[in-house]
Design a protein around this ligand. Structure first.
Ligand code: FES
Ligand SMILES: [Fe+2]
Length: 384
C-alpha cells in the first residue's frame, strides 16, 4: 500500500482464503444484529439468524428472558428450527430423533433414554451464544472477546436514542436481496454519497446538496442530509413525501426533516428517517457473493399523512435500492479485470477508508497489492 487513501486491492474481493479469514477474524468476532425485541412477544417466539456456516436462534423463555442458542441439536447436530422466525409450543423438539428442550435450552426429553450409557441430560442443553441488546435491537456474537456491545455502539446511543427504537414495531416484511458482489463492495457502496449525484438522481434532489458525513468512533460513522424543497424535476413520490411528512414531536428540530445513515463495522447500517427506521445488513455468502437483509420499523402513528409518507418513503428507497444493486454488481464484475489493481478514495469516501483500515488491521495481508502465497494456495488443489 503506497498511499493512505489507496483502496483495498482487487484480489481481496474474490479470494477463497481471504474470505475464510474474514469469517474467522471479522464475522465470528463482531456483534451481529439478529432482530428486534418486538419480534419476540410471547414465550416460545423465536427468530433465527444464519451467517455462513453458523445458525443461531434467539428465543423468549417462559420466564420472559431472551436467550440465544446455537440452532443445532446436541444429539447429532441436526438443525433445530427453520424459517426466519416462528413460535414453538411448550418445547423445542428436534425433528430427527425427537430430543426436546425447554425455552431456556434445558434438555427435557430423550426418547429411549435408558439406551444411552453414562448419560447426563444436564450436559446436553442447547449451547448458549453471547447476546446483548441495544435500544431494543438484539445482537449476538459467535465468539466471545472484544468490546461489549454497549462499548462498541456507544457513539450511536445519543443520536439513535432520539427515535424511540425500543418501542417500534416491524413495518413491512423482512427482506432478503441476493447480490452478485462481495460483501465489502456492498458495504462500501452503502458508506458513501459521492455516487449519489450520478447514481441516484432522486436522492440527489431530496438531500444531495446538504449531505455531510461524520466519523463517530469505534468504527461507526454517519452520513446524510436535510430534505430540500421540491424542484421541477422532483417525481410525484418525492414531492408528496416532502409535502406530507408530518412533524415528529419527540425528535429534535434538526432531525425532523433529516435522512441519516449510520454504519457500524463490519456489515450493519441504519437508515434513519423521521417517519421510520430500517436496518440494512450485508451477509457474506461466498467470495464475490452476498445478500442484503433489511427490515423497517416504525412507531404506532395513525395520522393519514404519516401513513402516506411512510409508503412514499418505501417507494423512493426501493428505487434507490435497485440502483445500488446495479452499481455494486457492476463494480464486482470490474474488480475481476486485469486492468484494475487498486483505486484511490476521495475525502467524500472517508467512511470507506474507515472500513478498509479496519479490514487491514484485522487482516494485514490486505495491505499487499498481490495475494501472498498463503492466500493463493488453493485448498482444493492441495488435497487432490
Ligand atoms: S439429532 Fe436431534 S434428536 Fe438426534
Ligand atoms: Fe447508493
Amino acid at each position: 500500500m503506497d498511499h493512505p487513501w489507496e483502496t483495498l486491492p482487487a484480489w481481496c474481493y474474490n479470494n477463497r482464503n481471504f474470505f475464510q479469514t474474514e469469517r474467522d477474524r471479522i464475522f465470528l468476532r463482531t456483534w451481529q444484529l439478529a432482530g428486534h425485541v418486538s419480534e419476540l412477544n410471547e414465550p416460545g417466539d423465536y427468530i433465527r439468524f444464519d451467517l455462513l456456516d453458523q445458525t443461531v436462534i434467539v428465543m423468549r423463555g417462559q420466564d420472559g428472558e431472551i436467550r440465544a442458542f446455537h440452532n443445532i441439536c446436541r444429539h447429532r447436530a441436526y438443525r433445530l428450527l427453520d424459517g426466519h422466525s416462528g413460535h414453538c409450543d411448550r418445547l423445542v423438539r428436534c425433528l430427527y430423533h425427537g430430543w426436546s428442550y425447554d425455552f431456556s435450552g434445558k434438555l427435557i426429553g430423550v426418547p429411549n433414554e435408558s439406551t444411552f450409557e453414562n448419560f447426563d441430560r444436564a450436559e446436553f442443553g442447547l449451547k448458549p451464544v453471547e447476546m446483548d441488546m441495544f435500544l431494543g435491537l438484539i445482537f449476538i456474537r459467535f465468539l466471545p472477546g472484544g468490546p461489549s456491545l454497549a462499548e462498541e455502539l456507544a457513539p450511536l446511543r445519543e443520536p439513535l436514542g432520539h427515535y424511540r427504537i425500543e418501542q417500534m414495531k416491524p413495518f413491512g416484511p423482512h427482506s432478503v436481496t441476493p447480490i452478485e458482489a462481495d460483501w465489502k463492495v456492498a458495504v462500501e457502496n452503502n458508506s458513501e454519497a459521492y455516487h449519489v449525484p450520478i447514481g441516484h438522481p432522486g436522492l440527489q434532489r431530496i438531500y444531495g446538496a446538504s449531505y455531510s458525513l461524520e466519523i463517530l468512533g469505534n468504527g461507526t460513522s454517519r452520513g446524510g442530509g436535510q430534505l430540500q424543497e421540491p424542484t421541477a424535476k422532483s417525481t410525484w413520490s418525492e414531492r408528496h413525501y416532502m409535502k406530507l411528512l408530518p412533524e415528529v414531536d419527540h425528535l429534535p428540530e434538526e432531525r425532523r426533516r433529516a435522512w441519516l445513515y449510520y454504519s457500524t463495522f463490519p456489515n450493519l447500517a441504519f437508515d434513519i428517517y423521521p417517519d421510520q427506521i430500517d436496518f440494512f445488513q450485508i451477509i457474506p455468502v461466498a467470495p464475490g457473493k452476498c445478500y442484503a437483509r433489511a427490515r423497517a420499523y416504525a412507531l404506532e402513528d395513525n395520522r393519514r399523512e404519516m401513513r402516506v409518507a411512510r409508503w412514499l418513503n418505501l417507494r423512493i428507497n426501493m428505487q434507490v435500492g435497485k440502483e445500488d444493486v446495479g452499481l455494486v454488481e457492476g463494480t464486482q464484475a470490474g474488480l475481476a479485470s486485469l486492468g484494475y489493481g487498486t483505486g484511490h478514495l476521495s475525502r467524500k469516501e472517508a467512511r470507506i477508508k474507515l472500513f478498509q483500515d479496519e479490514v487491514r488491521r484485522r487482516i494485514p495481508a490486505a495491505l499487499l497489492r498481490e495475494p501472498p502465497d498463503a492466500f493463493t494456495a488453493s485448498p482444493v488443489a492441495e488435497t487432490v
